[in-house]
Design a protein around this ligand. Structure first.
Ligand SMILES: C[S@@+](CC[C@H](N)C(=O)[O-])C[C@H]1O[C@@H](n2cnc3c(N)ncnc32)[C@H](O)[C@@H]1O
Length: 274
């Protein structure tokens, strides 16, 4: 356990953390009760994310009033509360009932209890479908266990932000360092792999191979270059007979269409054929 805490936060002791106050939120000193699970029952011990790191996590995910954020393993609630202070709706789940009470009290003190809610729940049993943003300060192996659900339950374009730990070979779309912390952001990629029948300014078979947000492929056998996928926004360049063209697309389940927000004015469509 000591080694696990050291991996999470370094120097902070559990005793010190249990007695910590909710800085800035003004919560009274936290008093443990006998109902708390043994630390060994928890996937991850309690260590808080420093407040400036929380702010940077929310900045990286561009959290705002239209967002619903879920913090998996919410501790004293600081991530969900700071998201609510930016106008978002937020849910924090934690297996430890003491943390849940502490977080709910802090949300009430910060007067965001209508937008920041907390419940006792195993993070592995928490539905993620509606979340626009998921925040994590867990451990690498826990992130990896969550990864298949993050990729399939969250909508394409949803953001995942993790304090310190990565997600195996799912490369972050962005990483930042702040003091001794690293913050990683992933944008959930749309499933784009397969064969698409393209018609319009270009006609032919578009083949895409995909590994997370990394794609390669061809259009009528001509290799695609500079392929990027961010949520549902796909961009690629291809050398066509007599011209080099960059396509900016929105990837739907069955159809790919030009992305007007990316300035794509050309007339074309691609229909999924396999
Ligand atoms: C490292 S702390 C992170 C707290 C907060 N998210 C933050 O960044 O300040 C991890 C939290 O996960 C909780 N936890 C551990 N295993 C859990 C599980 N299986 N389900 C829900 N919460 C869990 C712990 O009680 C602890 O509060």
């Amino acid at each position: 356990m000591t080694r696990t805490i050291a991996r999470l936060g370094g120097l902070v002791s559990l005793v010190g953390l249990a007695a910590c106050t909710f800085q800035g939120g003004g919560l009274a000193p936290f008093t443990p009760t006998p109902t708390a699970p043994a630390e060994t029952d928890l996937e991850v011990p309690y260590v808080t994310t420093p407040r400036p790191v929380v702010a940077a996590m929310l900045d990286m995910a561009a959290v705002g009033p239209d967002d619903y954020l879920i913090d998996l393993g919410s501790g004293d609630g600081r991530i969900a509360i700071m998201a609510a202070q930016r106008g978002a709706r937020a849910l924090g789940v934690d297996l430890d009932p003491q943390r849940v009470s502490q977080a709910a009290a802090a949300a009430a003190f910060a007067q965001v209890q209508d937008r920041a809610r907390f419940r006792r729940q195993d993070l592995f049993a928490t539905p993620l479908l509606d979340a626009d943003v998921v925040t994590l300060y867990l451990l690498p192996e826990v992130n990896l266990r969550l990864r298949p659900r993050l990729l399939t339950e969250l909508r394409p374009g949803a953001r995942v932000v993790s304090h310190n730990f990565t997600m195996g070979d799912w490369r972050p779309d962005e990483s930042r360092e702040l003091g001794s912390s690293r913050i990683h952001l992933w944008i959930v990629p749309a499933p784009a792999e397969g064969r698409w029948a393209m018609e319009g300014v270009a006609t032919g078979l578009l083949r895409l191979e995909q590994r997370f947000q990394e794609l390669s492929g061809s259009l009528e056998g001509r290799p695609l270059r500079d392929v990027t996928l961010r949520g549902r926004q796909l961009t690629f360049t291809v050398d066509l007979p007599g011209e080099t063209r960059t396509f900016r697309a929105i990837v739907g389940d069955a159809e790919m269409v030009p992305d007007p927000d990316a300035g794509e004015a050309a007339a074309w469509r691609a229909r999924r054929v396999g």
